[in-house]
Design a protein around this ligand. Structure first.
Ligand SMILES: Cc1ncc(COP(=O)(O)O)c(C=O)c1O
Length: 365
């Protein structure tokens, strides 16, 4: 048995997403790039590479990782590049997408050897959370004024538009793409490629994949563009669990258990967006609040039902913990960082990374 805490990536579950991505690419002609901001656990890149076209990034470190560990097409994007990093970014990328006309002009010379694009902001999004809404008022994410973009069209050949966020509703995607066409149609006609970003939950159960493919193909035909998608969450959804062990039990008006992990350190995104972790099947007569071991009073994974009473030493699998988790894990309280393990297609388990005191010590100085 592997020592908890550890993230467990199940390749057979990952495969289900990969097969849907492969089907979509085939039906629509769109290319799919893994968004490394969401998931960058490169031990499974050899496996994912056969189903995807490459990676997209949000920093120098990510574009380098994509280039070195994934290969194939490597898109560089960042909200802003610094002078000291641009040459290295360009050396790892075959496309660079600037967030603003200011950055495009600033790095025109350094980026002239690769394909260039610009991020557009259509002013609409599917986000219901201000924090994650690229179309929020005064957003810094992309250019929105057609008149300003027209004059730099000779410097670029395509666009990136990311305005879907956790969007599992095809009709909403379709409507928003319609608005993008209305707003940016004349620019799209001049482009050779358009990336529609991430945030589209097309690998989810019951998503109308064929309708989605047809819409992408129609968009591609109408404007004569190669369509790209940048799935992060959709690539890895439901593929991974965080395995933890009960360390203590308390009763403070509710039954509580403390586990050898921390939501703040190991599933930070849930805390930021005020979401509960997930336990499956979450049924049975024994209800517990499952708490983390950091000092944060609100370090709570959630309240769940279990078939049996929980005891010290029992293990709990927190579900669906691949996206925005391993990339955000941190050393808060010095809590032991979860190892990373993979369940191979034949069912065998393999630990690919363990973290120890040296990693903690070396993360500071
Ligand atoms: C530009 C861009 N592309 C892709 C993604 C990946 O999104 P998701 O993980 O929701 O698919 C994001 C997420 O914020 C993004 O900002």
């Amino acid at each position: 048995m592997i020592q908890t805490p550890y993230y467990l990536i199940d390749k057979s579950k990952l495969l289900q997403n990969m097969e849907k991505i492969a089907t979509l690419r085939e039906l629509s002609g769109a290319k799919a790039l893994l968004a490394l901001k969401c998931f960058a656990t490169w031990s499974v890149f050899d496996f994912m590479r056969d189903y995807m076209d490459g990676t997209t990034s949000s920093s120098l470190n990510e574009v380098r990782l994509g280039h070195e560990r994934f290969g194939k097409e490597t898109h560089a994007y960042s909200v802003a590049y610094a002078d000291y990093e641009i040459d290295e970014v360009v050396s790892h990328a075959d496309k660079i997408i600037f967030n603003s006309i200011g950055q495009l002009n600033r790095f025109e010379k350094q980026s002239s050897g690769i394909i260039r694009g610009l991020r557009l902001n259509p002013g609409v999004s599917s986000s219901s959370f201000d924090l994650a809404d690229p179309a929020r008022p005064f957003s810094r994410l992309g250019e929105w004024d057609l008149k300003k973009v027209e004059p730099v069209m000779d410097l670029i050949s395509g666009f990136m538009i990311h305005n879907n966020c956790e969007n599992g509703d095809f009709d909403l995607f379709d409507r928003m793409l319609g608005e993008i066409e209305q707003k940016f149609g004349p620019l799209l006609k001049k482009a050779a490629w358009v990336s529609l970003g991430g945030g589209i939950h097309f690998t989810g159960d019951d998503y109308p994949l064929e309708k989605f493919a047809e819409r992408l193909k129609r968009f591609s035909g109408e404007y004569g563009v190669q369509v790209y998608l940048e799935p992060g969450e959709a690539s890895i959804t439901k593929s991974t669990t965080l395995e933890v062990t009960v360390l203590d039990k308390l009763y403070n008006g509710k039954d509580l258990v403390v586990v050898d992990s921390s939501i703040e350190a190991h599933l930070l995104d849930l805390l930021i967006y005020r979401e509960s972790a997930k336990v499956h099947p979450n049924q049975g007569p024994h209800r517990y609040q499952v708490c983390g071991k950091s000092c944060l009073a609100g370090d709570i994974f959630g309240e769940f039902n279990f078939e049996n009473e929980l005891n010290i030493g029992d293990r709990i699998s927190l579900q669906d913990t691949a996206g925005y988790t391993m990339v955000k894990k941190n050393w808060f309280n010095g809590v032991k960082m979860p190892a990373i393990a993979i369940r191979e297609l034949d069912g065998s388990l393999r630990t690919v990374r363990e973290f120890d005191y040296t990693d903690y010590e070396q993360s500071l100085s």
